[in-house]
Design a protein around this ligand. Structure first.
Ligand code: AMP
Length: 281
C-alpha cells in the first residue's frame, strides 16, 4: 500500500489509475480504525478497482476542543489494517496541506444539516462539508463511501455533492455493530468497562421504539424512550427523533420509510446511533 501526504501526489496517482481505465473509490476517515471503517473498505473493493483511504482528524468539525484533544490517533495500526484489507493507497495530509495560510472558505449546507447533531454541535457540519469537499476534489475519485452510522452526515454530503455538481458517486455502507448491538465507533474505546456494559441499551431502546412506531404509534412516545435511555445510565439524551429516511424531514408518525436517530452522553463520551423504521402498515 502506498502512503502519500500531499494533494498533488494523491491526484497524480488517482489520475494514472483512471487513465488505465480503473474506477477509484475514496473512503474518508479520521483514523482510529475499526470494523466499521474496514467494512467500507471492503465495500469499496467491490464497487471499484482501486481503493484510497484517507486519515485526517479534521480540527474544524470539532465544536468541543476537549473532544478533538482526546480523539484517538493510531496511524501505524490504521495503516496496517488498511494494507491487510487490500487498500491501495493511504492519504494522510497534514494540517498545513488541508488548511494552508490564508484559508478562508467554508462550505455551509442547509436543509439536512438542521436539527439533530447540527443543533447540538454548532459548526460541526460546516467543518464536515468543507473537508469532504476538499477530499473529493483533491482526489478526483469516481466514488466515495460513507457509513450510515453517521446518517445525517451522509444526507449532508449527498446534498452538497448534488448542489455543487461534484462529479462523484456517493455509496452508503451499512452500520457495523458489536454483537450486543452497540454501533462501532472510534469513541467507544474511551468508555470505561462499566459504561461499555450500559452502552448497548441505547440501541435496544431504539429498536423497541422503532417497532412501536411501525406498529402505528406516533412520536408522542419518544419522551418516554428518552427517559428510558437516561434510566439505563446515560447522562443526557440530546435528541431522539423520527425523520423521513429520504431527506431527513421531521415526521410525527411513520407515514413513510423513516429513520430513528439518537445522540446521548455516557460519561464523557457522546454516542450516536440510528435505525431504519418501516412505514406503518
Ligand atoms: P470517522 O472516522 O468516524 O469520521 O468515520 C469515517 C467513516 O466511517 C464515516 O463514513 C463513518 O460513517 C464510517 N463509520 C464509522 N463508524 C461506522 C460503523 N460503525 N459502521 C459503518 N460505518 C461507520
Amino acid at each position: 500500500m502506498q502512503q502519500v501526504q500531499t494533494p498533488e501526489t494523491l491526484k497524480a496517482q488517482v489520475l494514472a489509475w483512471q487513465r488505465d481505465g480503473d474506477v477509484v473509490a475514496l473512503v474518508p476517515t479520521m483514523g482510529a480504525l475499526h470494523e466499521g471503517h474496514l467494512g467500507l473498505v471492503r465495500l469499496a473493493r467491490e464497487v471499484a478497482d482501486k481503493v484510497v483511504a484517507s486519515v485526517f482528524v479534521n480540527p474544524t468539525q470539532f465544536n468541543d476542543p476537549d473532544d478533538f484533544a482526546a480523539y484517538p490517533q493510531t496511524l501505524e495500526d490504521d495503516a496496517k489494517m488498511l494494507a491487510d484489507e487490500g487498500c491501495d493507497l493511504l492519504y494522510v495530509p497534514n494540517g498545513a496541506a488541508m488548511y494552508p495560510h490564508g484559508f478562508a472558505t467554508t462550505v455551509h449546507v442547509e436543509g439536512p444539516s438542521e436539527g439533530l447533531c447540527g443543533a447540538n454541535r454548532p459548526g460541526h457540519f460546516d467543518g464536515v462539508a468543507t473537508v469532504v469537499s476538499k477530499l473529493l476534489l483533491q482526489s478526483g475519485a469516481d466514488k466515495a463511501l460513507f457509513g450510515e452510522k453517521d446518517f445525517q452526515q451522509l444526507a449532508v454530503i449527498r446534498r452538497l455533492v448534488a448542489d455543487l455538481n461534484i462529479p462523484v458517486e456517493i455509496v452508503p455502507g451499512p452500520i457495523a455493530r458489536a454483537e450486543d448491538g452497540l454501533a462501532l465507533s472510534s469513541r467507544n474505546r474511551r468508555l470505561s468497562d462499566e459504561e461499555r456494559a450500559i452502552a448497548p441499551q441505547m440501541n435496544r431502546i431504539l429498536r423497541e421504539t422503532g417497532e412501536k412506531l411501525t406498529a402505528g404509534a406516533d412520536t408522542s412516545i419518544l419522551p418516554e424512550s428518552m427517559q428510558a435511555i437516561e434510566a439505563a445510565g446515560f447522562r443526557n439524551v440530546e435528541y431522539l427523533e423520527l425523520r423521513r429516511a429520504s431527506d431527513l424531514v421531521p415526521m410525527s408518525a411513520a407515514d413513510a420509510p423513516g429513520r430513528l436517530l439518537v445522540a446521548a452522553w455516557l460519561g464523557d463520551v457522546r454516542l450516536i446511533d440510528n435505525i431504519p423504521v418501516a412505514a406503518k402498515g
